[in-house]
Design a protein around this ligand. Structure first.
Ligand code: ARG
Length: 710
């Protein structure tokens, strides 16, 4: 397949309806070759309408949302669609047991009711410039790694400083691509007043919860709505009640025309991170020293939280967001390991590495630098294994209070200690934290690699000498004596130094010592050498297959992924209607089916209003699918997707919004490390499901009226 000429490749796409479309292409650096693929597959926009530095183009409607998600601007008054799980933290922060927006949803009936969110921002992409020659050109031959990175750092900083800082929220970033073989400068405009406008009830927006997460078939209406505000000149400004809705230079039109099996689909958004060129040894290491560890520790923590949250509304709201983000990658870790095994990804990588070795051996002069890479990687990963394992274990094992104290002890103090306390403790319940602290401490000690350097010996000695080895007694004593377990008293403290002798600080110091020991270890340094070999391996593979166009790994810069609307031939379809596992979109029938057939599953519970509405099934006619006559809920495309893409606009060939991307599928959870052509899918929420929930369920006419619906 790899060597098939372009024209043949194109006809394959259309005639055979090829399955999945690997690639996250850099918007602003799309090659003619990729551009012609886009158009042959069904894109009708010109390259200029997609991305231009001269006039408004579709890329100007895409935002990076809050540093963790994507979003799309959909109205001349700055309305932004993103996922429900992206808006989750904001929705939570405004929720109380009395005004439970998580549970019941939220709709601002007028502009003044839209809720500001401290710290939430969006970035608009302005342009992307290839600066590889400038950055790497500044590194002299023979520079050491250390010198090299110092030079790259200072050149990048200078480049960023040269970007016009007009004070209008312009900011820029130089990012390494292909692990530093290339560098691009991205320029953004940042808006800091972003308000919550609408959220569906969680039982609709997050229907299926952890049970369905990372899986198809799916029914959740994973969207929420925000609005960007600007000053009276339409320029970025900090929150002020005098700010006005922002008028964007471009906003996306919405289509209720739908799609069919084989229709063009394209996502635009901010994929966070993939490691598709990672070596077989790197994959093995990820499985054992990241995924296994993360899954194990989070399992302990989430079991404790789940129990408490279900029995207490206030605590449920407090921990909702932390729980969701922790459980998201808890399940991911399990799924990624399973898929890596099932799809034999390590074998496949080893085969590729073997090919590289053979290719390099054919010309030892020109390709000599690629010889022996895998042996070096094997040895390096083996050497670093305990350190990498301990590093993940350490970073996963601290309770919220401990983390807060660690951050402050390390000098990363906010100027305003009281404000920091206020913010952190808003979402901490001390009794819950204490349970987590004890469980994670014992779990850490049980699972830490052999060797004192990985253990908090200060704490262990104390437990042994003062508490007869009883960890619970130690933790009870700690929490009874520490001011960090008494939020009301802590809130009166002005400066961290006043409490620096607190027993919780002492505990934090013991824990920090372990981290410092890790950092000082030889293996920590060696992990950097791994990076260099991994980069070289990627370079070698690209050079060996120089006729193939490689996209760079995701790094949270604006990317385009092209593909088709396409069901998956097989899917386990563990829950819900079996036939929907292999269909292109899901329906209200399968939504109700999941709910009704699984009365004991918390993830399928509905608030009564939502149940009544779905059961009645009176959806506006314009939102029904023309072919099936049913309301389409979620759908599948072959677009390449990873974390960070959440909230990405999904567009048809005319550049109209047909959905919002929100997930990937279980069968291909290895996707961040190796894209699977047959199995990988992007799961999106159909825009007609979004519109119906806003319009039919919430009667949010004022928002619907802002959109341009085609
Ligand atoms: N797996 C999705 C992502 O990483 C999150 C989906 C949120 N839904 C959920 N049930 N947790 O973006």
């Amino acid at each position: 397949m790899r060597k098939i000429a372009l024209s043949l490749l194109i006809s394959c796409f259309s005639v055979l309806g090829i399955h999945a479309d690997e690639g996250m292409w850099v918007v602003g650096n799309i090659s003619a070759k990729v551009d012609s693929i886009l158009h042959s597959m069904g894109l009708e926009l010109t390259a200029d309408e997609l991305y231009s530095t001269e006039h408004p183009s579709l890329n100007n409607a895409i935002v990076q949302f809050g540093g963790f998600c994507s979003g799309v601007v959909v109205s001349p008054d700055g309305l932004v669609f993103t996922n429900h799980h992206c808006g989750f933290g904001s929705i939570q922060s405004h929720s109380t047991p009395k005004h439970d927006y998580l549970k019941n949803g939220f709709f601002a009936k007028k502009f003044e009711d839209e809720l500001p969110n401290e710290g939430l921002f969006v970035l608009f992409h302005i342009k992307t410039v290839d600066v590889t020659d400038i950055v790497l050109g500044a590194v002299p031959q023979g520079a050491s790694d250390q010198q090299k990175y110092a030079i790259i750092d200072s050149v990048s900083t200078r480049l960023m400083q040269m970007v016009d800082y007009s004070g209008k929220g312009i900011e820029s970033e130089v990012n390494p691509f292909y692990r530093g073989s290339k560098y691009f400068l991205s320029v953004y405009q940042r808006y800091d007043d972003v308000r919550l406008v609408y959220a569906p009830p969680q039982s609709i927006g997050k229907f299926g919860g952890d049970t369905d997460n990372w899986m198809w078939p799916r029914q959740c209406c994973d969207f929420s709505v925000f609005r960007i505000y600007a000053d009276k000149n339409n320029d970025p400004a900090e929150y002020s009640k005098d700010n006005q809705p922002y008028h964007p230079m471009q906003y996306a039109h919405v289509s209720t025309q739908g799609y069919q099996d084989g229709s063009y689909a394209m996502t635009l958004g901010y994929p966070g991170s993939t490691d598709r060129y990672l070596s077989s040894y790197g994959i093995e290491s990820t499985m054992r020293t990241t995924n296994d560890v993360r899954y194990q520790v989070r399992d302990v923590k989430l079991n404790i939280l789940r129990e408490i949250m279900r029995n207490d509304d206030a605590i449920r709201i407090m921990y909702a967001s932390k729980y969701a983000s922790s459980s998201n990658y808890w399940k991911f870790s399990l799924g990624q390991n399973q898929a890596l095994d099932n799809l034999k990804v390590i074998d496949e990588k080893q085969q590729l590495e073997k090919e590289l070795a053979e290719w390099a051996a054919q010309d030892t002069v020109a390709r000599g630098k690629y010889i022996g890479i895998t042996d070096s990687l094997k040895a390096l990963y083996a050497e670093c294994y305990p350190m990498l394992y301990a590093r993940t274990l350490w970073s996963e094992s601290n309770s919220d209070i401990l983390n807060f104290v660690i951050r402050n002890s390390l000098g990363r103090r906010s100027d305003d200690f009281q404000k920091a306390v206020e913010k952190a403790y808003k979402d901490i319940d001390v009794e819950t934290d204490k349970k987590v602290f004890l469980a994670l401490l014992q779990n850490y000690i049980k699972h830490a690699p052999n060797g004192d350097k990985y253990l908090p010996t200060g704490i262990i000695n104390k437990v042994d000498s003062l508490f007869g080895g009883n960890y619970e007694a130690y933790v009870n004593d700690l929490y009874s004596k520490s001011i960090f377990a008494r939020p009301d008293d802590l809130k009166k403290v002005h400066d961290f130094d006043e409490v620096a002798k607190d027993p919780m600080v002492e505990a934090a110091m013991d824990v920090i010592d372990v981290y410092f020991a890790l950092r000082k270890s030889n293996e920590w340094e060696r992990a950097w050498v791994i990076e260099e070999y991994e980069r070289l391996l990627g370079d070698g593979i690209r050079e060996m297959n120089h006729d193939k166009e490689y996209y760079p790994d995701a790094n949270f810069t604006l990317r385009l992924s092209y593909g088709l609307c396409k069901p998956i031939d097989f899917a386990p379809g563990t829950t819900g209607l079996k036939e929907e596992a292999t269909s292109l979109m899901t329906t209200p029938r399968s939504f109700l089916n999941k709910h009704e057939q699984n009365p004991d599953n918390y993830d399928y519970r509905l608030i009564p209003e939502a149940y009544k509405w779905m059961k009645k099934g009176k959806f506006s006619k314009q939102y029904l699918d023309k072919n099936t006559g049913e309301l389409p809920l979620c759908f599948l495309t072959t677009n390449d997707i990873t974390g960070g893409n959440s909230g990405s606009g999904m567009f048809d060939g005319k550049g109209r919004l047909i959905g919002l991307a929100f997930d990937g599928n279980w069968e291909a959870m290895s996707g961040d490390l190796k894209f699977d052509n047959a199995l990988q899918r992007c799961i999106g929420v159909d825009i007609r499901w979004v519109l119906s929930v806003m319009d039919d369920y919430s009667h949010a006419k004022r928002l619907i009226n802002e959109l341009t619906i085609e």
